[in-house]
Design a protein around this ligand. Structure first.
Ligand code: RP5
Length: 168
């Protein structure tokens, strides 16, 4: 059994600077995670074994980030009933548009919850994983409510500052 509830996997260690945003988001909510590098193209057997065993190991959500012809999230989703969140990484000449389309355009029956390209997407993947876990965890639910409240008060503070600057 893994003690982690969420797995963050990525196609290459070159994806790490983007995918750490997912880990930071999970840490903010005190959710344990594991991080692994595996590739749908370069180490397909490892991916298939990981995905097939993920649920039995105690994982509850999988976040998968990859760039280029990004098939990692989709292949993992094919091998598990766990929710899979896909993060398109902007690692190629096409700045992540290729990864976005490869990740999001799944055939009916095998969903991948695809977030935005890059760091914002990785952060949202972490938050979305927390939201999925929070459906069965009132403590996490409360933390999410406080998080959203802070988002709103931060924006209001920025607006107040702007209005004050424009007056002076
Ligand atoms: C993808 O190819 C990886 O997810 C990465 O974004 C991209 C480039 O990988 P490296 O050549 O840097 O290992 O599979």
């Amino acid at each position: 059994m893994s003690s982690a509830l969420v797995a963050i996997v990525m196609g290459s260690d070159s994806d790490l600077p983007v995918m750490t945003a997912a880990e930071e988001a999970l840490k903010e909510f005190g959710v344990s995670c594991e991080i692994q590098v595996m590739s749908a193209h370069r180490s397909p057997e490892v991916v298939s074994q990981f995905a097939s065993q993920a649920s039995d190991r105690g994982l509850r959500v999988i976040i998968a980030g990859a760039g280029g012809a990004a098939h990692l999230a989709g292949v993992i989703a094919a091998h598990t009933t766990l929710p899979v969140i896909g993060v398109p990484v902007e690692s190629s000449a096409l700045n992540g548009l290729d990864a976005l389309l490869s990740t999001v355009q799944m055939p009916a029956g095998i969903p991948v919850a695809t977030v935005a390209i890059g760091k914002a997407g990785a952060k949202n993947a972490g938050i979305l994983a927390v939201q999925i876990l929070a459906t069965a965890d009132p403590g996490l639910c409360q933390k999410l409510a406080a998080f959203k409240k802070k988002l709103s008060s931060d924006v209001q503070a920025k607006n107040q500052k702007l209005q004050a600057e424009r007056k002076s």
